[in-house]
Write a protein that binds this ligand. Structure first.
Ligand code: FAD
Length: 474
C-alpha cells in the first residue's frame, strides 16, 4: 500500500505550513512548477505530493486506487460523502438487512471483474425466470409464450443496426408488433435497463452495450461486495474536491481540509456532477469535454423499498415481477430480496423521474397502489416500513446512470482522452460497452490508473509495474 494517504499528507502539511487558500495554492503550484527543473525535490508545497490524486471512491475510484497501490505508487483517494461506494452502496441500518441503495444486479458474473477478485462473500445466481401479471392475475401459459417470443425478437432487434451509418433513436430498433407486451418490453429494455426511454437513447450506444446474459446477487449486498474490495485503502471521507488545478507541468486539488499536489489525477465523479461544474477546473475544461459530459447525462432509476414480512405476495425469493403494462406508468418488483422481507419496486425513466420529484411519500403510495392492483389490497396493508431512494436529488450523483442520446455515442470516447497527459476521467460513463454498470465503472478506473501509471513511467510496456528502462540508441 502506498504511504501517500491524504491524512498522512495533511498531517505533514499542517506541521510545516498554514492551510492554503485556493489562490495561494495556485501561486504555490506555479512556484513549484517554476522551481521543478532546478530542484527535483519540490519545496514545502511539494512535500505532500502524491503520484495520483483520485477523486471519488465509487467503483471506478476504488479500482483505480487498487491499481495504483499495486504499482507501489503514492495516491490520495478523496471522497466527498461520509461513506464509500457512491452509486453502489449497501445500507443495513434502515431495515436491519442489507439494502442496496444503488446497484444490486451483478451482471454477467462469470466475467464481472469484481466477483473474480472478492472472496468470503456470498454471491449466488439470480433466478432466470420472471413472474408476469396481467392485471390482478398471473399470466396464462399462452401469454407467457407470447411474451417469451416477443422478448427474444426484441433482444435480437436491439443489436441489429443493419447498414446504418448515422445514429438514430434506439426506439426505432424495437419491433412494433410485440402484441400486448409492447409497453412491458419497452420498459424492460429502456427505463428498467438504462434509466431512459428508448427514444432518448442512441441506437449505436445500445447496440455496443454487452448483452446481460446472466445475473447474480450478493447476499450481503453489491455495495458490501465493493466495500470489501476497498478494505485497507486509505480513503479520505467527507473530503469534497472543490477545485482541480492542472497546468502543463503541475497539478493539485483543493478541498476544505487542505490541498494536495499530485502528478496525475483520476476524476470519477458522475457526468452530471462534471457537467454541472461542481468541481472547478483551473484552467477550465474545454467545451468539447464539458459537452461530452452533458451528452452522457444521467437517466433516472430508483428503488422503493418495502418491508413486507411473511411473504404476503406469495412469491419466491428474488422473484422478478413485471406487469402487462398499458403505458409508461409501470414498474418492476424484486420480491423477498435474498430471502429477507425486503421488496424493491423499481421505477425509472421519465415516469420514475416525475414520481421521484414528488417526494418519498408519493413514491411509496405509488408502490402500494401498484402492488395492490396486481396482488389485491392486502398487499398495501402488508407494508410495515418503507424507504425510497431519490438519486436525481443526491448532490454527489445527480442521477442514476449515463445514457447517450441519439448521435452522442462517441462522447464516451472524448472522456477517455486524458487532458494534458495528466487528468484522466473514469467511471461508468467512460466505458463503451459496459456503461451504466458497476463492472464498467471498475474497468474504466483500472484503465485510467494504468494509463496514468504508464505516463508516470511506473509501468513497463508489458503492463508490469517496473519503470521502463530506456535504452540508448546506437
Ligand atoms: C438506483 C440504481 C440502480 C443501479 N443498478 C445497477 C445494477 O443493478 N447493476 C449495475 O451494474 N449497475 C447499476 N447501477 C449503476 C451503477 O451503480 C453505477 O454505474 C456505478 O456504481 C458507478 O460507479 P462510478 O464509480 O462510475 O460512480 P459513482 O459511484 O457515482 O462514484 C463517484 C464518487 O464520487 C464522489 N464525489 C462526487 N463529487 C465529489 C467531489 N467533488 N469530491 C470527491 N468525491 C466526489 C461520489 O460521492 C461518489 O462516491 C445502478 C445505479 C443506480 C443509481
Amino acid at each position: 500500500m502506498g504511504s501517500g494517504t491524504v491524512s498522512a499528507i495533511a498531517g505533514k502539511n499542517s506541521d510545516t505550513m498554514p492551510p492554503l487558500s485556493r489562490r495561494s495554492l495556485l501561486n504555490a503550484l506555479l512556484a513549484a512548477t517554476a522551481t521543478v527543473a532546478a530542484a527535483p525535490a519540490l519545496g514545502a508545497v511539494g512535500s505532500g505530493e502524491v503520484d495520483v490524486v483520485i477523486i471519488g471512491a465509487g467503483a471506478a475510484g476504488i479500482a483505480a486506487a487498487r491499481r495504483v497501490a499495486a504499482a507501489n505508487r503514492r495516491f490520495a483517494l478523496l471522497e466527498a460523502s461520509e461513506t464509500i461506494g457512491g452509486r453502489c452502496a449497501t445500507d443495513t441500518k434502515i431495515f436491519g438487512v442489507p439494502y442496496d441503495l444503488g446497484a444490486h444486479w451483478i451482471h454477467n458474473p462469470d466475467s464481472n471483474p469484481l466477483t473474480k477478485l472478492v472472496t468470503g462473500i456470498d454471491v449466488y445466481p439470480a433466478p432466470r425466470t420472471q413472474t408476469l401479471r396481467v392485471g390482478a392475475r398471473s399470466a396464462r401459459d399462452s401469454e407467457l409464450e407470447t411474451f417469451l417470443a416477443a422478448t427474444l425478437r426484441a433482444q435480437r432487434a436491439m443489436n441489429d443496426l443493419g447498414k446504418a451509418k448515422a445514429d438514430f433513436p434506439a426506439s426505432r430498433l424495437l419491433p412494433k408488433d410485440l402484441f400486448d407486451w409492447q409497453n412491458t418490453i419497452e420498459f424492460m429494455v429502456g427505463p428498467f435497463a438504462t434509466g431512459r426511454e428508448l427514444g432518448e437513447l442512441s441506437a449505436f450506444d445500445m447496440a455496443r452495450a454487452v448483452d446481460r446474459d446472466s445475473d447474480a446477487f450478493c447476499r450481503q449486498g453489491y455495495g458490501a461486495l465493493l466495500a470489501k474490495l476497498a478494505a485497507g485503502l486509505p480513503v479520505q471521507l467527507s473530503t469534497p474536491v472543490e477545485a482541480l488545478y492542472w497546468d502543463n507541468k503541475r497539478l493539485g486539488v483543493d478541498t476544505p481540509k487542505g490541498n494536495i499536489l499530485g502528478r496525475a489525477a483520476i476524476v470519477t465523479v458522475s457526468t452530471n456532477v462534471l457537467s454541472e461544474e461542481k468541481i472547478e477546473f483551473i484552467p477550465p475544461l474545454e467545451k468539447r469535454v464539458l459537452g461530452a459530459a452533458e451528452k452522457l447525462s444521467l437517466g433516472s432509476y430508483d428503488h422503493i423499498a418495502l418491508e413486507m414480512p411473511g411473504n404476503p405476495l406469495g412469491l419466491q425469493n428474488d422473484d422478478m415481477v413485471f406487469e402487462q403494462a398499458t403505458g409508461t406508468r409501470t414498474a418492476a418488483l424484486l420480491a423477498n430480496v435474498s430471502g429477507t422481507p425486503l421488496h424493491l419496486v423499481e421505477v425509472a425513466g421519465s415516469f420514475g423521474r416525475e414520481l421521484a420529484a414528488q417526494g418519498e411519500p408519493a413514491m411509496v403510495d405509488f408502490a402500494g397502489e401498484w402492488l395492490s392492483s396486481m396482488f389485491g389490497s392486502n398487499a398495501n396493508r402488508a407494508i410495515k416500513r418503507s424507504h425510497a431512494t431519490r438519486w436525481n436529488d443526491n448532490p454527489l450523483a445527480l442521477g442514476a446512470m449515463s445514457g447517450a442520446g441519439p448521435g452522442n455515442a462517441d462522447a464516451r470516447k472524448v472522456l477517455m482522452e486524458p487532458l494534458g497527459g495528466k487528468v484522466y476521467f473514469a467511471g461508468e460513463a467512460v466505458h463503451e460497452t459496459q456503461w451504466g454498470t458497476v463492472a464498467g465503472a471498475w474497468d474504466s478506473g483500472t484503465r485510467a490508473a494504468e494509463a496514468a501509471l504508464r505516463r508516470l513511467g511506473a509501468l513497463g510496456d508489458g503492463g508490469d509495474d517496473k519503470p521502463v528502462k530506456r535504452r540508448r540508441r546506437r
